[in-house]
Ligand binder design. Structure first.
Ligand SMILES: NC(=O)c1ccc[n+]([C@@H]2O[C@H](COP(=O)([O-])OP(=O)(O)OC[C@H]3O[C@@H](n4cnc5c(N)ncnc54)[C@H](O)[C@@H]3O)[C@@H](O)[C@H]2O)c1
Length: 311
């Protein structure tokens, strides 16, 4: 497929375009009621007039075809970053690209990539370097849920498939981006772990193992590359309103025979704030960590869980 690279425009023009777009979109609310517990809200509701925090940064987001990865890609673009979006699902990537263009006026670079394949990860890095010979941000977001079963019912193939994406794929992306970031003496890597990276979740042994592994990878790599001013952090979201959560809740509902409201209620009941996590707060943390405000933060595993996990 043809790879598109936007031409970078002067910040002032883009800021003006953004202001115009915000005004015209004020009445154009986007219904994102994914769980049935969500009010209608504007995609840009958190967008206030402020200087773009990541202007001209080059950022790769894996798993950007839907869900949290799509939202992170939109947020990075909103902050002025040139986003390179990667996923195995090409159609979803096109949709994400369209949303970025429509909302923020920039064209992301689309690089279809299976992160479990080392040659494809190397290709992702090489094609990103074509833009301006640098990579400022890598968001390792791609992930799979893995089987929801008792351990004795999980096949070795299911176990391996979960490891392949959630851990091995993340390893490959880190391995190939670090030499670039070392040369620059600058870089931000953000790894999506989960609340399940900290506390057990019954019938999710492969997923929990990978997400706990992500924290080990994050801390160790942060220590290893800190002297090159590369920062590595993990995010541990709770139950984020997303297509994936809808699928997981539906599976729980079918297995338990409970109603949808009961299943959602039980999940939120455990959190201090009694709610699911709006993905915009995961995005806000990504932007914060990549901005100068995050300069002294590395090796952390940061909960964004509405108080579901507090350690
Ligand atoms: N949704 C939640 O409640 C939640 C909570 C905590 C953590 N997380 C983590 O956040 C990340 C995103 O979650 P989500 O809910 O948006 O998931 P999602 O399933 O909606 O999106 C994941 C994306 O990763 C892509 N992907 C899968 N395998 C890939 C591969 N081999 N190569 C490239 N891309 C691949 C998928 O095509 C998909 O677009 C995951 O790592 C997940 O574990 C999600």
């Amino acid at each position: 497929m043809a790879l598109e690279v936007r031409s970078l425009r002067p910040g002032s023009v883009r800021r003006q375009q953004r202001r115009d777009m915000n005004r015209s979109r004020a009445a154009e609310k986007t219904l994102r009621n994914l769980t049935g517990h969500r009010e209608e809200r504007d995609l840009n509701e958190s967008l206030t007039e402020h200087p773009m925090q990541l202007e001209n940064e080059i950022a790769i987001v894996t798993g950007a075809a839907q869900g949290i990865g799509r939202e992170i890609s939109l947020s990075l673009a909103r902050e002025g970053a040139l986003v390179v979006i990667a996923d195995i699902t090409q159609q979803g990537l096109m949709q994400t690209a369209e949303m970025i263009s429509k909302n923020y006026g920039s064209k992301p670079k689309i690089i279809p990539t299976d992160i479990t394949q080392e040659d494809q990860v190397a290709n992702l890095i090489q094609h990103t370097l074509v833009i301006d010979n640098r990579i400022d941000i890598l968001v390792n977001n791609a992930g799979v849920s893995g089987p929801i079963k008792n351990i004795e019912d999980i096949s070795f193939e299911e176990w391996e498939a979960t490891m392949a994406v959630n851990l091995c794929g993340m390893f490959l992306c880190c391995k190939h981006v670090v030499p670039v970031m070392k040369k620059q003496k600058k870089g931000n890597i953000i790894n999506l772990s989960s609340m399940t990276g900290k506390r057990p979740m019954v019938q999710r042994t492969p997923y929990a193992t990978t997400k706990m592994g992500v924290i080990g990878l994050t801390r160790t790599l942060a220590q290893e590359v800190g002297k090159w001013k590369i920062r590595v952090n993990a995010l541990c979201p709770g139950a984020v309103e997303s297509p994936r959560l809808t699928k997981v809740l539906e599976a729980i509902r079918q297995q338990s025979g409970k109603s949808w409201d009961q299943v959602v209620g039980e999940m939120t009941e455990e959190s201090a704030l009694k709610c699911l996590v709006d993905p915009k707060y995961v995005c806000a943390m990504v932007v914060f960590l990549c901005s100068p405000n995050g300069t002294m933060i590395t090796g952390e595993d940061i909960n964004i869980s509405a108080g579901l996990v507090m350690y």
